[in-house]
Design a protein around this ligand. Structure first.
Ligand SMILES: NC(=O)c1ccc[n+]([C@@H]2O[C@H](COP(=O)([O-])OP(=O)(O)OC[C@H]3O[C@@H](n4cnc5c(N)ncnc54)[C@H](O)[C@@H]3O)[C@@H](O)[C@H]2O)c1
Length: 230
């Protein structure tokens, strides 16, 4: 996927750069080379320079980056220098956890509208946001000018909810339901799919016999030893 000629994989790395830079800033680091930044993130310095070169010039050759400025520039590129209202559909186990999560607000996102189907949930409040009937999803999203939606409903309801979000003006969807959403080209979707992530991890594991894989046992053992030692 490309946006304005920039590969989507580059866009996906930018938040990691931004978060790392912010962490460094709060640790008092003011300047950093692409080598050091790459080492922290686990990518090469050349990769970082190539990624950033899509967006113009940052820092002088051989002088490293000004951490605060680079963090700010990346936040600007990602349009994080404003607050984004987000609509959440689904207020079950996952939806409630998302609604209560305090990590969104400091990072430019506010759960501004919550939609539920269960009558027991409708009318509840989370951090000042009232849970609304999902029947109102499209008009409320349109009225509030919300552009980002989070889908936390059962798989069977996900496409319909996404369609109604898009009808209200949503252009970006974070989808937790284990289903591939069909959306117009103008809409961006990111899937959060822990089950398939776990399923792709099991590929790297042995069949349960720790002596079979030289890596699995020592890591587990060293963690246990460390925990016991504290
Ligand atoms: N719970 C998890 O840890 C987890 C993790 C990853 C993915 N998921 C996925 O997230 C989704 C939600 O999971 P959950 O565990 O919260 O399920 P849940 O059954 O606890 O909650 C789903 C909620 O969605 C509501 N709902 C149904 N149709 C709706 C609609 N059209 N509009 C608004 N609300 C509607 C239901 O009333 C229910 O309250 C599922 O697709 C699940 O596969 C869950």
């Amino acid at each position: 996927m490309r946006r304005g000629g920039i590969p989507d994989i580059v866009i996906r790395r930018l938040p990691i750069y931004e978060r790392t830079l912010k962490q460094m800033l709060s640790a008092g680091v003011t300047s950093i080379s692409s080598e050091e930044l790459g080492e922290r993130i686990g990518v090469t310095a050349a990769q970082i320079r190539r990624d950033l070169s899509y967006f113009g010039k940052f820092g002088k050759q051989g002088k490293g980056y000004d951490v605060a400025r680079l963090a700010e520039e990346i936040a600007h590129i990602l349009k994080l220098d404003r607050q984004w209202d987000v609509a959440l559909a689904g207020f079950g186990h996952l939806g409630q956890a998302i609604a209560h999560y305090r990590g969104f607000e400091p990072n430019a996102f506010r759960i501004a509208a919550i939609f539920a189907r269960n009558p027991e949930h409708i009318g509840q409040q989370v951090n000042g946001t009232v849970v609304l009937d999902e029947a109102e999803l499209t008009p409320v999203i349109r009225e509030m000018g919300i552009k980002i939606g989070i889908v936390a409903v059962p798989a069977a309801a996900a496409q319909d909810v996404a369609d109604r979000m898009i009808a209200g003006g949503v252009r970006a969807i974070l989808n937790y339901a284990p289903v591939i959403l069909k959306v117009p080209e103008s809409v961006w979707v990111r899937e959060i799919d822990p089950v398939s992530a776990l399923q792709s991890l099991t590929y790297y594991l042995d069949n349960g016999d720790p002596s079979h894989d030289g890596r699995a046992a020592p890591v587990g053992e060293s963690l246990a030893t460390e925990a016991a030692g504290h």
